[in-house]
Design a protein around this ligand. Structure first.
Ligand code: 13P
Ligand code: SF4
Length: 306
């Protein structure tokens, strides 16, 4: 089907089904272009909870659709590709987490939103890459902290807050792949560009960044910066919304290897077919949803840092 034709058919079906289309910043450009809301993982679910639509079509990965289901249990949440998972979220299971909690004798568990609903349900509080510092700061200084699943985000937050934590060994393969050598090479090619990195990158890469922030933080940083050129240390899809929003600036991907195969699985055809069949649906069972929601609510009560 021709691009504009299928995009139009999806928009028509969305109207018929009383649905909204959410797209993460890393999704393919042609999907972002027809989305009602584009943003970072948590932002999307929070916005979706506010709208009256009956159906949420989540173009992202599985844990994001779960977050939407946790926050909007009355809505039907469709994930067009059920096989779009997150390798980092899969690096921790509930059983492993329970075992570690016993080992550490009742730690306070902070879990990054890039995790399964079941792992969130076993955690005290959630965090995002945008509010991790604020979350750590409100935790009682005496209680040991276990941070899951991203060791790079945890390491960065540990350095920023000076708070020692036990870090789970998970990582995002897409961000962890970026090496210091690649950063040096691209900086030499674009000496005037600022290097902006996502905290899922390795610590030696973050140490040389001009700014470290979440995908939503990147928009704020670029908006307030006088620089004209930026090297972007996050997943490739991010260049699409940045170039749309800032047509007078130039953006370079830190490395051509920064592509998340799971984020690229969803195509327009998948969205169209999912809307036609109204599946695959993602629904978090109540016994997991309620405790996972508690961990998210504790996080949402804390003001967000930039
Ligand atoms: P944010 O969109 O929260 O910055 O997360 C990055 C990411 O890796 C999502 O999969
Ligand atoms: Fe998971 Fe990384 Fe892909 Fe995000 S970019 S979905 S954290 S593997």
């Amino acid at each position: 089907m021709e691009l504009l034709h299928i995009q139009k058919k999806i928009r028509n079906l969305l109207a018929e089904r009383d649905g909204i289309l959410l797209a993460h910043n890393y999704q393919r450009g042609e999907i972002q272009d027809i989305a009602d809301i584009i943003g970072d993982s948590l932002e999307l679910s929070l916005q979706a909870a506010k709208v009256v639509a009956r159906v949420i079509v989540f173009c992202g990965v599985h844990f994001m659709a779960e977050s939407a289901s946790i926050l909007s249990p009355e809505k039907t949440v469709i994930l067009p590709r059920l096989d779009a998972g997150c390798p980092m979220a899969d690096m921790i299971t509930v059983e492993q987490l329970r075992e570690k909690k016993l080992d550490l004798e009742d730690p306070y568990v902070i879990t990054y939103v890039n995790s399964s609903a079941a792992v969130k349900a076993e955690s005290n509080i959630c965090c995002t890459s945008a509010n991790v510092i604020s979350v750590i700061k409100v935790i009682n200084g005496k209680r040991p902290i276990l941070f899951t699943p991203d060791r790079n985000l945890g390491q960065w937050a540990q350095e920023k807050t000076g708070r020692k934590m036990t870090l789970w060994k998970g990582f995002c393969p897409t961000h962890h792949r970026l090496t210091l050598e690649e950063v040096h090479t691209i900086r030499q090619a674009h000496p005037d560009a600022l290097f902006v990195a996502h905290p899922e990158c390795r610590s030696e890469v973050l140490a040389v960044a001009d700014h470290v922030c979440s995908t939503s933080g990147m928009f704020h940083f670029i908006e307030s910066s006088d620089a004209r050129e930026f090297i972007i240390g996050t997943e490739e899809g991010m260049l699409h919304p940045l170039r749309k929003r800032f047509p007078d600036r130039r953006f370079f991907l830190a490395s051509p290897t920064m592509v998340c195969p799971n984020m690229k699985k969803t195509r327009l055809e998948d969205v169209y077919n999912a809307l036609l069949r109204m599946q695959p649906e993602v629904k978090v069972p109540e016994e997991i949803r309620i405790p996972a929601h508690e961990a998210l609510k504790r996080m949402l009560a804390i003001p967000r840092d930039k």
